[in-house]
Design a protein around this ligand. Structure first.
Ligand SMILES: Cc1ncc(C[n+]2csc(CCOP(=O)(O)OP(=O)(O)O)c2C)c(N)n1
Length: 275
């Protein structure tokens, strides 16, 4: 079903709020990863507003949907979206990366807060997600499992072991959203380690694989709908994004992978995001 203009505006507003929260959290912590999650904000907002069946009232339901943030360093964006859903208190975002906080610099499993898996060691997320999807399939549950990954994470061999297994077991209830911003920690993908065409790779592994403009909310929604309609294969959405999207001086720059903005930079970023 196509998004109504009202729903599209709602998702855009959530994406903007996620970006504001990311800048504020990383700035307040004086460390963290702003670039990746700023680029993922549009597909995270579309996924969580329109498709994800995780709500404050069903956290303990074993049959509910599951979410795994494979590229765990982008967790500021996940915490922001969980706050939007009312699953974690908004006030808690201020404790991001502080000693003793449940909101660490990489996700720490905490079902009470809607954090279904600890991640951060790249390569593990898709494996755990496919295990969750297989369990749901065996139990005959309606659970859908969503997992994020990234172009940098796609260099991990374990990703392709999980991709093999998920296709073998016909896990149509599993969807991976890959943040393909062409950048990883040390620079541009083709210079550091070229992963080439991820849509072709996932398709060759037996997946229903689609290229998507990761900033086009209607296109992301359509791809997520297509994934739900797929009955035999797991789905891979290769989301083409810009690192740092929404903050002009961060856009396209690998240097913003894991650096906090200083006071002046945060002020400039928030001014841009509030227009
Ligand atoms: C197994 C493992 N190796 C190395 C790292 C260190 N590391 C953290 S993020 C990252 C780059 C990941 O690339 P990508 O997700 O594409 O980066 P982004 O687009 O967010 O800048 C690396 C190598 C890690 N977390 N886990």
């Amino acid at each position: 079903m196509t998004l109504t203009p009202k729903k599209q505006q709602e998702i855009e507003a959530v994406a903007r709020q996620i970006r504001v929260d990311i800048v504020e959290m990383v700035h307040a912590a004086a460390c963290g990863h702003p670039g990746g999650p700023l680029g993922m904000a549009d597909f995270m907002a579309t996924l969580w507003v329109e498709h994800m069946g995780i709500e404050p009232g069903n956290l303990h339901d074993p049959k509910r949907d599951r979410f795994v943030l494979g590229n765990g360093h982008t967790c500021a964006g996940l915490y922001a979206v969980l706050a939007h859903k009312g699953i974690i208190p908004r006030e808690m975002l201020k404790s991001f990366r502080k000693l003793g906080s449940p909101l660490q610099g990489h996700p720490h499993k905490n079902p009470e807060l809607g954090i279904d898996m600890s991640t951060g060691s790249l390569g593990t997320g898709l494996s755990t997600a496919q295990g969750m999807a297989l369990a749901a399939k065996i139990n005959g549950w309606p659970t859908r499992v969503y997992v994020t990954s990234s172009d940098g994470e796609s260099e991990e061999g374990q990703i392709w072991e999980a991709a093999t297994s998920a296709a073998h077991y016909g896990l149509a209830n599993l969807t991976v959203l890959v943040d393909f911003n062409n950048i990883q920690i040390d620079g541009v993908m083709r210079e550091v380690m070229d992963v080439r065409d991820l849509r072709e790779k996932y398709a060759a592994f037996g997946w229903h694989a689609i290229d998507v403009d990761g900033h086009d909310i209607a296109a992301i929604d359509a791809a997520l709908c297509a994934a739900r309609e797929e009955t035999a294969r797991p789905s891979a959405l290769i989301c083409h994004t810009t690192i740092g999207k929404g903050v002009s001086f961060m856009e396209g720059k690998a240097s913003w992978h894991g650096v906090a903005p200083n006071d002046a930079e945060a002020q400039e970023a928030l001014a841009e995001l509030s227009v």
